[in-house]
Design a protein around this ligand. Structure first.
Ligand code: ADP
Ligand code: MG
Length: 641
């Protein structure tokens, strides 16, 4: 057989390499910003359009490039940063592979303008699909400006794979933060669609963190400092009481490079042991300096994972340094590490005063009276929201009385659903005994009190404050109250957002809520949809939002929890599923507002929930595809006897 192996043309090889280096606009941001830092820039400006899909531009005032270098920089393996393999073990630069610009130029329209200080004029080069289309002399300030337009223009599959602008912007912000936090002495500016998002003056680590994460961060930081032969550790950890439910603010930098390390993360968490509330994560901003000889950065193309020679010692050192800092700043209750920590009062209870048990006797209690007074035990179902759920009552009138018919013939699909349900390990499947009744979680009102006359009178029964049981022709159905309500609210929210017909309740005094700059960017992007659900906003300031009106299904005290949940859902959008922003919003709000397990519902509320559920277009499942109820036919029951 004749020879079949051939060398790939450069532009194909570059496209393949690009697949590794450039996953999304944020990768371009990272590479260009790192190049600017390597060029000793003191000011770096990042300009983004449409979450980087149409433009990523980085302008620096660094050392610039000569005419020849300006051409050469787009060649593969063209780098000024290493000369031999030995140099890999004494790296002081971010880049060294010489791949980034070649990769980017293979999959985008790129414009480069650059000038060295000693030159009078600069060079301008345009390149697309690895082909240089023009090279000219130009007038340009000292430094380099690189614009990357229409990323993946020649790889439609990759372009279509990009996520919503919110998600892509979120990735860009992550990269921007990481680079900016590692280099507080450099000035960074960022613009998105013409608006300034960040303007961070050169400063120190603490100030940089505060400038990025908001003024309130300052009081939350505990300094960490330790110097040993192996490593210098500096930076900050967040005080335990400010630990968050999401893992947002956790940063390791090794020799000014952001890295991810599950192992070191574990070391930090173990230093916080016993200090955190359940399911919360500490913030940390830790800067490690090690001899470049002792690490290998070369193991990952995007260089976010590195290998340490002596990981075990590093682990131990990090852990004890943080423990020491927490102790020194009087944050930790236990300073004496050898003591048996099981003897200590759990941290969550430290600030709660002890109470004396009392016995209350209800003298009016009459065991023969019908049980209709249960409402009083529940906060959210007796709040002032009652009577405002207009859409609920409309839906109900349309459909009550006939929902049972929906079920004839549905048994088999129900069985499938119930099988799926067994597999489901969601937290709401917890047993009743572990539910916290004094929970401060958001719980929406279920029910329109005025309009009870149209309710179908159907026998319902609440089991374990979790399930609602009712009968149908062929047997019985068991609803999960939280999930059922989630479905009802989801459909209502979705309708409100798309048709903009929600009713809102005006607040007597506007609410001021503060957020980080990054959270503000996300909230701004969903402002209109939020308004459609019933929010009325006043001023959107740098780190504060004024709220003048809220949706009728929530109360004022629930607003901040709801928005926090929403932000974390928007930030953690499940990428594979590609849900639209509207959908995420509706799902998130429905989830946090829906009545929780553990809430006692009276007869009318139970019936109302059943009726509203079956007025939905898709009553059988929650927005994230979990069954809302199961059926049990008489046949099935018979078989059990
Ligand atoms: P690497 O950073 O790994 O060397 P790149 O493809 O990112 O590879 O860049 C190639 C070369 O182009 C760099 O080594 C550097 O000499 C030059 N270069 C890139 N960006 C800049 C910049 N902003 N200022 C000056 N020189 C730059
Ligand atoms: Mg580079």
């Amino acid at each position: 057989m004749s020879d079949i192996i051939q060398l790939l043309p450069d532009h194909v090889a570059n496209q393949i390499a690009a697949g590794e280096v450039v996953q999304r606009p944020a990768s371009v941001v990272k590479e260009l910003m790192e190049n600017a830092i390597d060029a000793d820039a003191t000011t770096i400006k990042l300009i983004i359009k449409e979450a980087g899909k149409t433009l990523v531009q980085v302008i620096d005032d660094g050392k610039g490039m000569s005419v020849t270098d300006a051409r050469l920089c787009f060649e593969r393996h063209a780098t000024s940063k290493i000369k031999s393999a030995d140099d890999l073990f004494k790296l002081n630069t971010k880049g060294f592979r010489g791949e980034a610009l070649a990769s980017i130029a293979a999959i985008a329209h790129v414009e480069l303008k650059t000038r060295q200080e000693k030159d009078e004029v600069g060079t301008e080069i345009r390149i697309e699909g690895s082909e240089i289309s023009s090279q000219e002399v130009c007038v340009t300030p000292k430094g380099t400006s690189i614009s990357v337009k229409n990323l993946f223009y020649n790889i439609p599959a990759r372009r279509n794979f990009l996520k919503s602008n919110t998600v892509e912007l979120r990735h860009i912000l992550d990269e921007f933060h990481r680079v900016a936090m590692a280099h507080p002495n450099i000035r960074f500016e960022m613009f998105h669609n013409g608006n300034e998002v960040f303007n961070l003056p050169g400063s120190n680590y603490r100030q940089r963190i505060v400038n990025i994460f908001g003024g309130k961060t300052n009081e939350k930081l505990v300094p960490v400092d330790e110097e040993t032969d192996l490593v210098t550790i500096s930076g900050f950890v967040g005080k335990p009481e400010f630990a968050k439910k999401s893992r947002g603010e956790q940063f390791f930098f090794v020799n000014d490079r952001f890295i991810k390390s599950a192992y070191l993360n574990h070391a930090v968490n173990s230093a916080f042991e016993g200090l955190l509330k359940e399911k919360t994560h500490p913030s940390y901003f830790l800067y490690l300096k090690v001899d470049p000889k002792c690490i290998d950065i070369n193991i990952h193309p995007t260089k976010t994972e590195i290998k340490f020679d002596d990981e075990h010692s590093l682990y131990a050192m990090l852990r004890s340094t943080i423990k020491h800092s927490l102790g020194q700043f009087n944050v930790a209750p236990v300073l004496d590490f050898d003591r048996d920590s099981s003897m200590d009062t759990p941290y969550e209870y430290k600030n709660k005063s002890a109470f004396t048990p009392t016995i209350e006797v209800d003298r009016t209690f009459n065991p023969f009276k019908e049980e209709s007074s249960s409402i009083r035990s529940d906060r959210s179902l007796s709040n002032t929201n009652f009577g405002k759920g207009e859409t609920f009552s409309k839906q109900r009138k349309d459909t009550t009385g006939s929902w049972e018919n929906l079920y004839v013939g549905l048994e088999s699909s129900m069985q499938e659903i119930s099988k799926q349900r067994e597999l489901d390990e969601e937290e709401e499947e917890e047993t009743f005994s572990s539910i916290q009744f004094e929970s401060t979680e958001v719980t929406g009102s279920l029910f329109d009190e005025k309009d009870t006359s149209t309710l179908e009178k159907k026998d319902t029964y609440q089991l374990q404050r979790k399930y609602i049981i009712t009968t149908i022709k062929s047997g019985m159905i068991i609803l999960n109250q939280h999930r059922a309500h989630e479905r009802v609210l989801y459909e209502e929210m979705l309708k409100n957002i798309t048709m903009a017909n929600a009713v809102s309740q005006q607040l007597l005094f506007p609410l001021m809520l503060s957020f980080s700059v990054q959270e503000m960017v996300i909230l701004k992007s969903v402002k209109e949809q939020l308004e459609n659900t019933g929010f009325v906003f006043g001023a959107f300031k740098d780190e504060e939002i004024e709220i003048m009106g809220i949706p009728t299904v929530i109360t004022e005290s629930e607003v901040s929890v709801l928005l926090e949940q929403l932000l974390s859902d928007l930030e953690n959008e499940v990428p594979e599923k590609g849900f639209s922003q509207t959908d995420i919003l509706a799902r998130s709000m429905a989830k946090s507002v829906a009545v929780k397990t553990g809430v006692l519902l009276d007869q009318m509320q139970q019936q109302h929930l059943v009726n509203s559920l079956f007025a939905c277009t898709e009553p059988t499942i929650t927005p994230d595809n979990k069954p809302t109820f199961i059926t049990l036919t008489v046949d099935e029951i018979d078989k059990k006897f």
